[in-house]
Design a protein. Structure first.
Length: 513
């Protein structure tokens, strides 16, 4: 990988200049070369599957790496990837049969079962300090009886294991020699087997992917994907109108979406793909009281905020899970807006005069309109919400370490177990996992483990319903909104299928002449 250091302009300056001048060559000029210019909306944070965070980075990794399985871009169903087939008779022992002849990028040769074992062992190695280690913690043993067979034995039945080994985070397969060659620069030098490889990166302005000619499904239609870093949504919309951008990776401003749709741009989108949660740190002496947590939930009218700010981009959320998930239950407690009940709970907990709620956020976003509403709603019940804004890398580090009183998190997932185990199981407590609330309820833990292992569909649903009931009663996380994702683009850009992880497989994408 080449590190392009030609541009020393700050991202903010780049965005400002883009609004008045054309720093990007018009995408139409590249039509014959099949170059797709895509807006990337934040500072890149690296692409190492062991610790990758944030959806924009995961979109890059999704196209560089492969898993044993992956997700269909249209239906979201599990489909074969590096493993062309698999079998299990008990959901404990899983045998995966690898495709023959799959080639690594950067001339690292053919993929073998040894690469799979190395990748999973790397995630599990405490020295790696991967927040996704807990996802593989159920593995009791792994072996490769031949170069194209992987046998994994679990410590308990897991009917959702095909999600665990999919092309996402811990499921992405890496090459030992490439990891060792990259050393401490591994997050900037990813090597995978996906349809594109990382050609160059300037962390202030641009990420360039090139087509992997040896991809096992055949070369992608587009030669080059040029991700231009434009943080400001209005500036990104201008670039799309001016022909400088072909496709916007995310447009999160309601007014911009309405304008672009009226102007005839294609509104590629997926609805209800993830829940935005408020993570409440239960080690905090104030938030350790469930009555305080419930009071916060009753104090904020998220349906009204959503309707006022972004009815296209958001919907109210009432659970950690989404209604399209097969184990979703609508029987769990809901916290409809009720400021009087909020005040009563605060008084009962000893905070009738209120308290200060410190909220960790990112300086890249600043104080959002939603946060302004939250500050106002909470003030009406006596809670003083103070924002602590830090840069994105610091935010990620502190959130992963559990160093906050309250913070936000969005965890896209097709597998409901990934959400429930990641957020609620005590073995996944921050900093060792995504349980940033540091929640530990033995009743819920036992029920959750039983639900994962249960083979009877009806009993399984009952157990998952109980998990959701307990979680929403204890309320270590407050569901705020369900997110819809829009990638506006030119009409001639086809195949932009956004899955329920808000990812696009660029192997499907083409530019019509």
């Amino acid at each position: 990988m080449k590190i392009n250091r030609r541009s020393l302009l700050s991202a903010a300056l780049v965005a400002t200049m883009l609004a008045s001048t054309s720093l990007l060559a018009p995408a139409t000029a590249y039509a014959e070369e099949k170059t797709l210019v895509v807006r990337f909306y934040d500072d890149p944070a690296g692409f190492d599957p062991s610790n990758i965070f944030r959806i924009e980075n995961e979109n890059i990794a999704f196209n560089i790496f492969s898993g044993l399985t992956t997700y269909d871009g249209v239906t979201g169903e599990i489909i074969p990837d590096l493993a062309e087939s698999w079998e299990t008779t008990d959901n404990i022992t899983w045998t995966f049969h690898l495709r023959h002849g799959v080639q690594w990028q950067q001339n690292y040769g053919e993929v073998t079962a040894a690469d799979v074992l190395y990748s999973f062992n790397r995630i599990l190695d405490p020295a790696t300090a991967s927040p996704y280690a807990s996802e593989l913690a159920g593995i009791e043993s792994m072996e490769a009886p031949d170069p194209y067979t992987v046998v994994i034995k679990l410590s308990a039945p897991n009917g959702n294991f095909l999600h665990t080994v999919a092309n996402y985070h811990q499921g992405q397969i890496v090459k030992k020699e490439a990891i060792e060659a990259a050393g401490d620069q591994v997050r900037w030098q990813p090597v995978g087997t996906g349809p594109y490889y990382l050609d160059s990166i300037d962390v202030n302005s641009q990420i360039v992917l090139k087509r992997h000619e040896g991809y096992y499904k055949g070369p992608a239609p587009i030669d080059t994907i040029d991700f231009q870093i434009i943080k400001d949504d209005a500036t990104a919309a201008i670039a799309l109108r001016n022909g400088e951008i072909d496709l916007l990776m995310r447009q999160s401003k309601q007014e911009q979406l309405q304008t672009l749709e009226a102007e005839g741009f294609k509104m590629n989108h997926v609805d209800n793909y993830a829940v935005a949660l408020k993570v409440l740190n239960l080690t905090d002496p104030i938030l350790s009281d469930v009555r305080v947590r419930q009071a916060i939930a009753y104090a904020i009218d998220y349906p009204s905020i959503t309707a006022a700010l972004a009815p296209s981009l958001q919907a109210p959320a009432y659970s950690l899970l989404l209604p399209w998930m097969d184990v979703y239950s609508d029987a769990a407690p809901r916290y409809e807006y009720d400021p009087e009940k909020s005040k009563a709970l605060l008084a009962e907990a000893g905070y009738g005069d209120g308290f200060t709620l410190k909220v960790l956020g990112t300086s890249a976003q600043g104080v959002t309109e939603q946060q302004q509403f939250e500050i106002d709603y909470l003030s009406q019940v006596g809670i003083n919400m103070e924002l602590e804004l830090v840069d994105t890398p610091t935010f990620n580090q502190r959130r992963n370490a559990g160093d906050f009183m309250m913070a936000g998190r969005l965890l896209p997932a097709v597998n409901p177990d990934m959400i429930l185990f990641s957020y609620l199981h005590p073995e996944n407590m921050a900093p060792g996992g995504l349980n940033g609330a540091r929640y530990d309820n033995p009743e819920l833990t036992n029920t959750l483990e039983a639900a994962r292992a249960e083979a009877d569909p009806d009993k399984r649903l009952d157990l998952y319903a109980k998990v959701q009931e307990v979680a929403m009663t204890d309320l270590p996380y407050i569901p705020a909104t369900a997110s819809n994702v829009f990638w506006p683009g030119k009409q001639n850009v086809t195949g932009v299928n956004i899955n329920y992880l808000a990812q696009v497989n660029f192997w499907d994408v083409d530019i019509e002449e």
